[in-house]
Design a protein around this ligand. Structure first.
Ligand code: GAF
Length: 391
């Protein structure tokens, strides 16, 4: 994305020059799915597909926001003194949520701003376009008003925006990956303690391919919340036998020894996924540190199977992509990524096979599903920050 194009977009809308430009990445999760709200481990990285924002302070208390992705919606306007969720305010509800929680922390902001936003993350593709916008808004507000708010606090406010302002019961994975990302690294996060480790993700012989199933995510919110409730129900029963706070506290052995207390087979399978996936994620990060990509790929494959069989968050299209990928020469590992019920999968593939991989997987997908999948090469990125020229 060219900086001049963003500045031009701002000027076209507001009639004068924008002052500052910011970038917020998207994310892929390499492994550790549906573990974050279970107190387990996740292992995501921020990617260069993301959301850009151009901003200039106003003298009144209003925010005027325009998205180059939704020009038909025109400029959406709200007042920072009377912030509330309104469905018709569409994507700006994410901006509002962040302003609300920042004002709660640091006091009322002195004035509003004009904002031009443009995103390169396909929407509904499970690459976290909403968390990207949340962190973008948070960092913009912090920098514009010279506030002193640690990035991790903005991450938590992003999650509050989802949970309390938008009413989606998600964990901290997406906001963390986007706010705390580091180019050339993936982040192993313990979602209970919020301790994390940046682990180099430099793969000169391989590419990480994002495979977009272009499948509309359906029932995602209700199914997501149901998974969460099922894990909570299993946890409650396990707590009658064990002194644990979350499923993430359990080893696989503890789980096997105590799983008989879970009264419902579906709850048992959900909990099993959460426990095994968290352990797998920790091991995957360890083998990556030792450059054992082959074993890392096997963990990715196992993760996918568990998400398909025990957690049941795949749909035909997102289950097919990894299976086609596994058939291809040069594939190290493949799995769905993100919340599931459609969206994207990822695969790690040896450089020399990438073109053939995309051709073959694309062909097999089209034959079975009837529409084209899209493929992107993932590149890691830093977390959300101002785009300083010559940075
Ligand atoms: C979605 C949620 F927003 C995350 O918190 C996480 O639970 C993920 O699904 C599944 O791992 O992206």
């Amino acid at each position: 994305m060219k900086r001049e194009e963003l500045l031009k977009g701002f000027k076209e809308q507001f009639g004068y020059e924008g002052e500052r430009v910011f970038f917020s990445p998207g994310r892929i999760n390499l492994i550790g799915e549906h573990t974050d709200y279970n107190g387990g481990k996740v292992f995501p990285c921020a990617i260069t597909m993301g959301t850009y924002g151009v901003v200039k302070a106003r003298t009144d208390k209003e925010v005027h926001a325009f998205s180059g992705n939704f020009p038909e919606k025109g400029k959406l306007v709200f007042n920072i003194e009377t912030i509330s969720y309104k469905k018709e305010d569409n994507w700006t509800n994410y901006v509002k949520g962040m302003i609300k929680y920042i004002q709660e922390k640091t006091g009322d902001l002195p004035h509003g701003f004009d904002l031009y936003v443009y995103g390169t993350i396909p929407t509904g593709a499970s690459l976290s376009s909403s968390a990207s916008l949340e962190l973008l808004s948070g960092v913009i507000v912090r920098e514009l008003y010279g506030l002193s708010i640690p990035q991790l606090d903005l991450v938590k406010m992003g999650m509050r925006t989802e949970n309390e302002f938008l009413g989606l019961n998600s964990g901290i994975l997406d906001q963390f990956a986007i706010g705390m990302g580091k180019e050339g690294h993936a982040m192993l996060l313990d979602t209970t303690s919020l301790e994390y480790e940046q682990i180099p993700l430099v793969l000169p012989q391989h590419k990480i391919i994002i495979m977009n199933s272009m499948t509309q995510r359906e029932l995602v919110d209700s199914e997501y919340n149901t998974r969460r409730e099922q894990c909570e129900a299993a946890l409650k029963e396990l707590q009658t036998a064990l002194d644990i706070q979350s499923l993430g506290d359990l080893t696989e052995e503890d789980f096997e020894e105590n799983k008989h207390v879970i009264s419902d087979d579906v709850w048992l399978r959900r909990a099993k996924h959460a426990v095994y996936e968290s352990a797998r994620t920790e091991r995957a990060a360890e083998v990556l540190k030792k450059n054992d990509l082959k074993t890392f790929g096997q963990y990715m494959d196992e993760s996918h199977v568990s998400l398909h069989e025990d957690y049941e968050v795949t749909v035909e299209a997102t289950d097919l992509l990894p299976r086609l990928a596994w058939e291809e020469q040069g594939t190290v590992g493949a799995r769905m990524t993100g919340g599931g019920f459609g969206g994207c999968c990822i695969a790690i593939v040896e450089n020399e096979y990438v073109d053939r991989f995309i051709e073959n997987v694309g062909k097999g997908f089209k034959e079975k599903i009837g529409h084209e999948a899209e493929f992107y090469i993932a590149e890691t990125s830093d977390g959300t920050k101002e785009w300083i020229v010559n940075d």
